[in-house]
Design a protein around this ligand. Structure first.
Ligand code: FES
Length: 525
């Protein structure tokens, strides 16, 4: 097996049973904030754009480079799909012209023309854009695990698929926290130092658990070429920077007792044999070392080459084209209406300060969007350039984490600790997405998992994508229809009339138990 590293989480894997292109990332992501590091803008991509298989671990924009996929990658590639209930990878790829899909099942190996493939899928609201994944490959001779930035939990299945020869994994930060927060510098430094260490320690734990003899750091960190974000780069191994590079992590790998950590930069080629891995670098060793020891020069030159791209990106941002307050009110209030558990989890208000775009309050207690009165306190505050919000409104971006927040082009304030529900809300700006997240939260609460429906005790969350059936369920002639996507279930048997592999829990109540009205939530047994 041979792996050519393409930058960030991008790699081109050649096996005797076909080639796999993984997560190519060549165009800047998140409003021109993230660029692959080390630079891959001078790599000749031609040898990599006609793969037999394409694998996109998830739809975060540094893994899902829409422009590259649309303009460069052959549409005859067969796509290896992770088992993500919302199917976002497939939906987005179909829009770009891909038509060949191989749907895998979570942590279940499948043989495709002699290539053994297993994809571990992460599906909670906290995982990436409502889904992340890792790819295991076995060509009959060697096995690799491309974990990228996922946090797998299926260790039994992973162990069974192994043992692995090479493990590719993320070790660096890929988030806006704590940099965008208006904390004191002292507090920010303390939080950042802790984050820098804990994220690398977590990667080491994964490496130990997987047990591959060869480790390759991948999937970041990005670099930041815009002057506004230049300060985010870890130029000099700053212990308070959350974006340490591969050279830092490889030292930690060695300290942890691994003898075979490998540096791969765009264009590096790894030949993998049974228990062996040798890397051929695309440039002389001293030039490669200088990328890390004199990162400033590398990034200055990269920045010069990307000036036109950055200028075009900024020029494309809309400004003054949208009446923001009415647009957000019309969009968000129906979502808030569905966000029972999310609203309880946030239990306060958020002020969106959009400068000339207005000051808007999202009240999660009353489930309203209003203009700020200039005085009332809120527990959370985001200061966001209006252009970014206008972009999201015009393009109806239902996941602001995957656009605004990961761009780091905003500031945040909060009273109290991190609130998972708040960021999940901004990943879920549609009925389908918020219902999916709500279903997850509801499953944590065993007292609220059933409801009474036409004399039956019925599971409250739709077996399709977890919509709340007390809201979306309609019954006619003994058939319960979930109106979110139209799936139907027979109340008497629980049989799903739309898909063979799902069933609804439905149990006839005796007369004494049954009550009216018919959509009453009942306690779990
Ligand atoms: S959630 Fe899709 S039909 Fe119910």
């Amino acid at each position: 097996m041979q792996v050519t590293f393409l930058g960030h989480a991008g790699m081109y894997i050649e096996t005797q049973h076909g080639s796999v292109l993984c997560d190519p990332f060549f165009n800047p992501a998140y409003f021109g904030s993230w660029f692959p590091f080390p630079a891959n803008d001078q790599l000749d991509v031609e040898p990599f754009v006609n793969p037999d298989f394409l694998y996109l671990s998830h739809t975060h924009l540094d893994h899902f480079d829409e422009k590259f996929l649309r303009d460069r990658v052959s549409k005859s590639a067969r796509v290896l799909l992770p088992d993500h209930p919302l199917g976002l990878v497939e939906k987005e790829l179909r829009k770009l012209g891909f038509t060949e899909f191989i749907q895998t099942k979570n942590a279940v190996p499948v043989d495709i023309d002699g290539l053994k493939v297993m994809i571990t899928a992460l599906i909670s609201p906290a995982d990436g854009p409502l889904g992340d994944s890792g790819l295991c490959l076995d060509d009959g001779n060697v096995r690799i695990f491309n974990q990228n930035d996922s946090r797998p939990v299926e260790f039994e299945a992973l162990t069974e698929f192994g043992p692995y020869d090479v493990h590719f994994l993320q070790y660096s930060g890929a988030i806006w926290y704590p940099m965008v927060y208006r904390f004191s510098q002292k507090m920010k430094d303390a939080l950042s130092s802790k984050k820098r260490t804990t994220q690398m320690e977590r990667a080491i734990r994964y490496a130990k658990q997987i047990g591959a003899p060869h480790i390759v750091p991948s999937a970041g960190p990005p670099c930041f070429l815009d002057d506004d974000l230049w300060y985010l780069n870890d130029f000099d191994r700053d212990p308070t920077n959350i974006f340490p590079d591969a050279s830092v992590f490889l030292e930690m790998v060695e300290t942890a007792g691994f003898t075979q950590g490998h540096m791969m930069i765009p264009g590096s080629v790894m030949q993998i044999g049974k228990g062996t891995a040798t890397v051929t670098q695309p440039i002389p060793d001293d030039e490669l070392a200088a990328i890390f020891t004199d990162k400033r020069s590398h990034l200055e030159a990269y920045k010069q080459r990307q000036q036109a791209t950055l200028a075009a990106e900024k020029a494309s941002w809309p400004s003054g084209q949208v009446e923001i307050f009415p647009a957000l009110k019309e969009w968000f209030e129906p979502v808030l209406e569905l966000a029972d558990q999310t609203a309880v989890g946030i239990d306060d208000s958020l002020l969106l300060d959009l400068g000339t775009g207005g000051q808007i309050v999202i009240d999660f207690v009353n489930r309203t969007v209003t203009e700020w009165d200039g005085d009332s306190p809120t527990r959370f505050k985001f200061v966001i350039p209006r252009e970014l919000v206008e972009y999201c409104i015009i393009n109806h971006e239902e996941d602001w984490v995957n656009h605004i927040f990961l761009s780091c082009r905003f500031e945040a304030e909060r009273r109290g600790p991190y609130n998972e529900f708040l960021y999940s809300f901004f990943k879920c700006l549609s009925a389908e997405r918020i219902e999916y997240a709500e279903g997850f939260y509801a499953e944590r609460d065993v007292s609220n998992q059933f409801f009474e429906c036409e004399g039956y005790k019925v599971q409250r969350r739709c077996p399709h994508l977890k919509a709340d059936l007390t809201r979306f369920g309609e019954v006619e002639d003994g058939i319960l229809t979930c109106t979110l996507h139209g799936w139907q279930f027979e109340l008497a048997t629980g049989k799903c009339l739309t898909s063979d592999d799902r069933k609804l829990f439905s149990q006839k109540l005796d007369e004494a138990e049954a009550s009216t009205p018919s959509k009453e939530v009942i306690a779990s047994d």
